[in-house]
Design a protein around this ligand. Structure first.
Ligand SMILES: [Zn+2]
Length: 470
């Protein structure tokens, strides 16, 4: 249906065009049609981003990892990891999964490795996927609950109102479109983050670190902000184990999330990683995905992560000082090859481009320095003028359809948006936008971008179906 409509429109467009433009579009069309005979439309390099993201799902397979003697981490049973520390006369639990159902599955999986009483629970940070199952681990044991004091006042993420139904976690996507969310297999799709099993902290500390002994186990809690201001890392000096929460994950960090949150504190994040490098851990347990074993591997991974963030930060700051705009810096800043290929810096969750924009905004504000952008035209005013220049709505849409056929999906979406700015109910423009978003989503290895594109496409499709006469 879409293709048929598109072909008609393209020819209609050509009828109204000047000679040279008509010639150029004709060349593009000829190319598209020629290739269209032999190859399926829109299939070019669609698979690589999707395949990488699919392979990344392996990180979340369900298992209990023995970190070292007496320490076990449950990976893949819930959105986040839960770690069991065997202590004198009982157990210590670090993070508690997303909800009581997941927590129960983890208790079962730990089996008799987890002995009662549970003497303490430590929250690395407030996110609901780490704090939602505490009641299950606590049982009737009344353990002390430890966290940084900042956790008590931490505000839950609000995120942006879902314009067009967008959602970075893909919670509404059908199974055949959903892959993962970058740091975990699913966020709230199957097992919701209810906070139903949350227990408030009973022991908090206020400074940069706190050393204590819990049930015979020496522990240092180190404030390491990054994804969350109150994130603490749990250092077990006797066993050289470092449990870090979400300040270090096997993906480029989500410094400037798509979902409408404040930008994460980049300078503090770099300092946090310096602190973690300095303890010389032999084992690292992140808040999501598998653990790291071996002092050299641990150090190298932490350093690469720190260097990746620092490189983007330094380059963005240098660009700001040199009067570069965010758009220019997004095009210029690329991680050096050895960092770009590093397994801990793949852009499954965060993105270098968004980090550049976030760091720019954090340090130089919203204005890019071009006076034209001080009081720009409204979207509607710009669309009115551009659509008129293109020769009207039908011609703009014909061009947008040609852009789709030429695999210029971003440009197709932008042209559809100009028409939608004037005619929000325009079915043809909505159809083109849906198609463009699907193509963009399928090419993404970044889970949050993919989920957002595909969820908006689904939401727009539903709006079209709702308009159909029943
Ligand atoms: Zn997390």
């Amino acid at each position: 249906m879409i293709d048929r409509w598109g072909e008609l429109s393209i020819w209609e467009v050509m009828i109204g065009m000047s000679g040279s433009v008509k010639h150029k579009v004709g060349m593009v069309l000829a190319t598209v049609i020629t290739f269209g005979m032999t190859a399926p439309a829109f299939a070019a390099d669609e698979s690589s981003g999707r395949d990488k993201l699919k392979a990344h799902s392996q990180e979340f397979r369900k298992r209990i990892e023995k970190v070292t003697e007496g320490i076990y981490t449950a990976v893949g049973y819930s959105a986040s990891n839960v770690t069991l520390i065997q202590a004198d006369g009982g157990s210590i639990i670090v993070d508690t999964s997303a909800n009581p159902v997941d927590a129960k599955a983890i208790v079962d999986a730990f089996g008799d490795r987890m002995t009662h009483p549970v003497r303490a629970i430590i929250y690395t940070h407030n996110h609901p996927d780490h704090t939602g199952g505490a009641t299950v681990f606590a049982g009737g044991d009344k353990p002390e609950i430890y966290s940084h004091k900042l956790l008590v006042t931490a505000k839950p993420d609000t995120g942006r109102g879902r314009r067009d139904g967008g959602d970075v976690f893909g919670t509404a996507l059908p199974d055949d479109q959903f892959i993962n969310v970058g740091t975990q297999l699913e966020y709230g799709r199957i097992t919701p983050h209810t906070r139903e099993g949350f227990l408030p902290p009973t022991q908090t500390f206020n400074g940069d670190d706190e050393s204590l002994t819990i049930a015979g186990v020496p522990i240092t809690l180190i404030l390491t902000p990054g994804e969350a201001d109150e994130n603490i890392s749990v250092w077990l000096p006797d066993r050289k184990v470092l449990i870090v929460g979400d300040v270090f994950l096997k993906t480029f960090p989500n410094i400037a999330p798509l979902r409408g949150l404040p930008i994460r504190p980049v300078e503090k994040w770099i300092i946090s990683l310096d602190k973690l490098i300095a303890v010389n851990a032999e084992f690292i347990v992140p808040g999501h995905m598998g653990t790291i074993s071996g002092a050299d591997t641990a150090r190298e991974a932490l350093m690469a992560y720190r260097d990746g963030i620092k490189f983007v930060y330094d380059k963005t700051m240098e660009g700001i000082r040199n009067g570069k705009t965010p758009d220019e810096l997004v095009q210029e800043i690329r991680l050096p090859a050895e960092l770009a290929q590093h397994p801990y810096l793949q852009e499954f969750y965060g993105s270098v481009a968004w980090a550049v924009r976030g760091i720019y905004l954090q340090n130089a504000g919203w204005f890019d320095g071009n006076p034209t952008h001080i009081f720009p035209l409204t979207e509607e005013e710009r669309a009115t003028k551009l659509v008129a220049m293109a020769g009207g709505t039908a011609k703009m849409l014909g061009n947008a359809q040609a852009s789709l056929s030429a695999s210029e999906f971003q440009w197709a979406a932008e042209q559809a948006d100009y028409v939608l700015a004037l005619e929000p109910q325009n079915t043809a423009a909505t159809t083109i936008k849906i198609r463009a978003l699907r193509e963009l989503g399928e090419r993404q290895m970044n889970a949050t971008a993919r989920n957002y594109y595909l969820t908006v496409a689904q939401s727009l499709e539903k709006s079209l179906q709702d308009k159909q006469p029943k």
